[in-house]
Design a protein around this ligand. Structure first.
Ligand code: NAI
Ligand code: MG
Length: 332
């Protein structure tokens, strides 16, 4: 039995997480799901967006499934997402993007491995009379472990090539360090894999024009944040991009998207990303057969020509999930 901390959050978070837990409960009876609050509901209860008892529940679980939260604009807002990534030492963010809805012909099936702890993503900003300075730390140890993770994931998933995406032509020292670490790792432990590197701006263009050129992409925090949404946009939107925040001991799986306030409460959010994030969690916990059943039954819905609302279809969140469960039934 594995214990899972479920964190619905706010906006469409509870809607898409509800769909994913329906799928999890159907595919296995080996998970014990318990819910904890994060985001606005947590703030109303406790005065904190990530209360101490929530982080304790996350730490005590075998893994976590998270929806999304809405960022508050007020000064002093402490992002619960950045906090749990830091407190649980979730140093790698795995973001697979695959064209399953076929709203375009893009041959996209890539894995973005995003550094998840530093770079331009720590809300570390200092104001003075003339403006604002943002701290951007790139440490050798963070580069080494993210590159190592990318190589491990490439091997684990049978992928062939790893591309380091950087801006070392301008950020010569910081991104230069990242690139150097990547090249060293390619030399010492890259046997059987192909290694390339590319500047982030031209990589973005290539991802649109030749998505098939990418297999595993390893990149720094903000580049990974942006490129993963770009990749998702090419295959139908953010409703198709799952992610896994991985540490050595802890993990939190979530859709790459946010709380989508524009569609919250309408029952039309696409739960695909969250269901696929749940499949990633199953894989991680050793339920690989169940994980592939979930992936297959989700992809089958699209193969049958059915579509969620975001890609021009008429399936709302629950109706889509009904279809997934129906496909699942024939596999179990
Ligand atoms: P967003 O990802 O919430 O939404 C961007 C667009 O994509 C919207 O038009 C939305 O309707 C659409 N979209 C997103 N997920 C969808 C789904 N499952 N199905 C159908 N359409 C979907 O990003 P946005 O609007 O930039 O941010 C909204 C809020 O979410 C902000 O407060 C932001 O800070 C927060 N956010 C939270 C994240 C998290 O909790 N991990 C990650 C990203 C943003
Ligand atoms: Mg993002």
């Amino acid at each position: 039995m594995k214990s899972i901390c479920v964190l619905p959050g706010d906006g469409i978070g509870p809607e898409v997480v509800g769909c994913a837990t329906r799928v999890l409960e159907r595919v296995t009876d080996q998970l014990e799901l318990h819910t904890a609050d994060i985001g606005r509901a947590a703030f109303h209860r406790s005065g904190e967006h990530l209360p101490t008892d929530t982080i304790a529940a996350m730490e005590a679980s075998d893994s976590c499934l998270f929806g999304a939260v809405t960022s508050d604009e007020g000064a002093g807002y402490d992002s619960p997402v950045l906090r749990f990534r830091k407190e649980l030492d979730l140093f790698a963010n795995l973001r697979p993007v695959k064209n399953i809805a076929k709203v375009s012909t893009a041959a996209m099936d890539l894995l973005i491995v995003r550094e998840n702890t530093e770079g331009l993503y720590t809300m570390n900003e200092h104001e003075d009379d003339a403006g604002v300075t943002t701290m951007r730390r790139v440490s050798r140890s963070a580069c080494e472990r993210i590159v190592e993770k990318a190589i491990d994931e490439a091997r684990r998933t049978g992928r062939k090539s790893v591309c380091c995406v950087h801006k070392a032509n301008v950020l010569r020292k910081s991104d230069g360090l990242f690139l150097q670490v990547f090249r060293d790792a390619a030399r010492t432990r890259g046997q059987g894999l192909k290694f390339t590197d590319q500047l982030v701006d031209s990589a973005a263009a290539k991802m649109v024009t030749r998505p098939e050129a990418f297999d595993v992409v390893v990149t720094l925090n903000l580049y990974g944040d942006i490129l993963s949404d770009l990749a998702a946009g090419i295959v139908g939107g953010l409703g198709f991009a799952p992610s896994g925040n991985m540490g050595d001991r802890r993990s939190v799986f979530e859709p790459a998207h946010g709380s989508a306030p524009d569609i919250a409460g309408k029952g039309i959010a696409n739960p695909t990303a969250t269901i696929l994030a749940a499949a990633m969690m199953l894989d991680h916990l050793g339920f690989s057969v169940e994980a592939s059943h979930v992936r297959e039954s989700t992809e089958q819905v699209y193969r049958k020509g059915l579509r969620t609302v975001d890609v021009g279809g008429n399936l709302g969140s629950e109706k889509f999930t009904d279809r997934v469960l129906c496909n699942l039934k024939s596999m179990l």
